[in-house]
Design a protein around this ligand. Structure first.
Ligand SMILES: *Cc1c(COP(=O)(O)O)cnc(C)c1O
Length: 354
């Protein structure tokens, strides 16, 4: 798309908004009236349009269905007390979508198509954005192969879409996690750093086994030796050990979370010590036994911060100090929320105002 993006709009005849119960908004189950769609054909993006939210016509031979030729993003918008719509770091999600796309042999989505599609869609469905503490609009951009061909080769046709889901106050109760030392989420040289559909499909079974044992989710370890900590569920993971914030260094088997980056920038701006490096399972287990691991938490767009209260490893469970005694994670959460809801200045330029 070279000129400014032209978006055709077909509105719904009747909004579903009056029939939607905003007191009961389970995450990811309610979608707004409209969706954004653009087609990639003959090496060009075309037909940018907003249409009523609904089922898609997809070829049963689409490589998206057969081979997981599909990538996605997750972004949140919040309503400030003044009624402004504030989106958190959407340009970074755009960049990451194209990093995932390169790995999956998909064409880049131009920034203006991504941003204008999102802007116009949110503008049209702005009445769906919940207000109030903790509430947000979850934005899900995604890109998939629209070829009609089950041979394995780079696709020629793609569909880029954005759907919106209002979500109620999302507070993460402290979670129990198990260090996974058998199954693998991502390996060196694989697709772990891409937000690619198949990474998640394959992670459900090991997570379910852990849930059957009473854990909420997994801490993934490296695929080669299962000796080093990588991520927690679908979040990045951080620890406070002896007052220092530590997190696994990025690699091609770790997703470069935007929340992770935000937390690191914030904590560095407070002149606190941060380490991005390899973290061995042994270091964490030894620290849990010795009481030097003071805090542990997942970081990601959905929950922002998910405190971990218990870590299981090889049939033993280790407790962290009660969350009420934590210092850093609650401070980070408060600061990030204040920035996201426009209650505080945004010194690092993270907020995109609609
Ligand atoms: C999306 C995701 C994250 C978190 O990324 P954010 O940009 O912070 O939402 C972390 N790990 C995995 C595997 C993810 O898919």
């Amino acid at each position: 798309m070279t000129e400014t993006v032209k978006i055709d709009i077909e509105r719904v005849l009747e909004s579903r908004l009056p029939k939607t119960n905003f007191d009961q908004l389970p995450f990811g189950k309610v979608y707004t009236d409209h969706m954004f769609v653009a087609d990639y054909r003959d090496r060009e993006w075309k037909n940018a349009r907003i249409i009523p939210y609904g089922y898609l016509p997809v070829s049963p031979a689409s490589p998206a269905i057969h081979y997981g030729q599909s990538i996605f993003e997750g972004i949140k918008a919040h309503k400030s007390p003044k009624g402004e719509i504030l989106i958190f770091r959407p340009h970074d999600n755009h960049k990451r979508l194209n990093i995932s796309g390169e790995r999956m042999c998909m064409p880049p989505v131009p920034e203006d198509l991504f941003m204008e599609g999102m802007r116009e869609l949110i503008e049209l469905d702005r009445a769906w954005i919940p207000s109030g503490e903790g509430a947000s609009l979850y934005i899900r951009p995604f890109l998939f192969s629209a070829d009609e061909y089950i041979g394995i080769r780079p696709s020629e046709a793609f569909t880029f879409m954005i759907i919106l889901s209002p979500s109620g106050a999302y507070y993460s109760d402290p979670v129990k996690v198990k260090i996974e030392t058998h199954f693998t989420r991502a390996v060196a040289g694989g697709t772990g750093y891409a937000k690619a559909g198949g990474n998640y499909g394959g992670a459900i079974y090991p997570a379910k086994l852990a849930q059957d044992q009473g854990y909420h989710q997994l801490i993934w370890t490296d695929g080669r030796e299962h000796k080093y900590i990588e991520e927690s569920g679908t979040m990045n993971v951080m620890f406070v050990v002896n007052g220092k914030l530590i997190t696994p260094a990025l690699s091609d088997s770790i997703l470069a979370g935007i929340t992770r980056d935000s937390v690191l920038q914030l904590v560095r701006s407070w002149n606190l010590e941060v380490e991005e490096r390899k973290i061995s399972v042994e270091e964490i287990v030894t620290g849990l036994k010795a009481g030097t691991v003071q805090e542990a938490f997942g970081v990601g767009t959905a929950a922002t911060i998910a405190p971990i209260v218990l870590i299981g490893h090889e049939d033993k469970n280790y407790h962290l100090p009660p969350v009420e005694e934590w210092g850093l994670a609650p401070r980070i959460l408060q600061e990030l929320n204040d920035i996201k809801y426009g209650l505080k200045a945004d010194p690092l330029g993270w907020i995109y105002k609609l």
